[in-house]
Design a protein around this ligand. Sequence first.
Ligand SMILES: [Zn+2]
Length: 103
Amino acid sequence: MGPEGDGAPDVAAATGVPEAPAGFVGCDETIEKLYFYLDGELTEQRRIEIARHLDLCGPCVGAYGFEAELRKLVVSRCHDRVPDALRARVADALRAESNTAAD
Ligand SMILES: [Zn+2]
């Protein structure tokens, strides 16, 4: 907690990721950009930043994974049918979500 390492911004404190390197994007920004990331609408630089964040941040990986599954679900529905394995995974995720809210 001492005033050491002055000069570099305290990225670790700002993002909650202890090993956050310089230039690390925060959780809020990552989540915000996830939708563009999933749509492939980000620049290469942004994709790298977010991929690096997902490498280090568990909660965001969970959010990204869930959104990615949903996106794939929607895409596959448009084409043909939803694979059973994927449908089961999404159903599990939704069930786990509501279980935390229930008893
Ligand atoms: Zn994060």
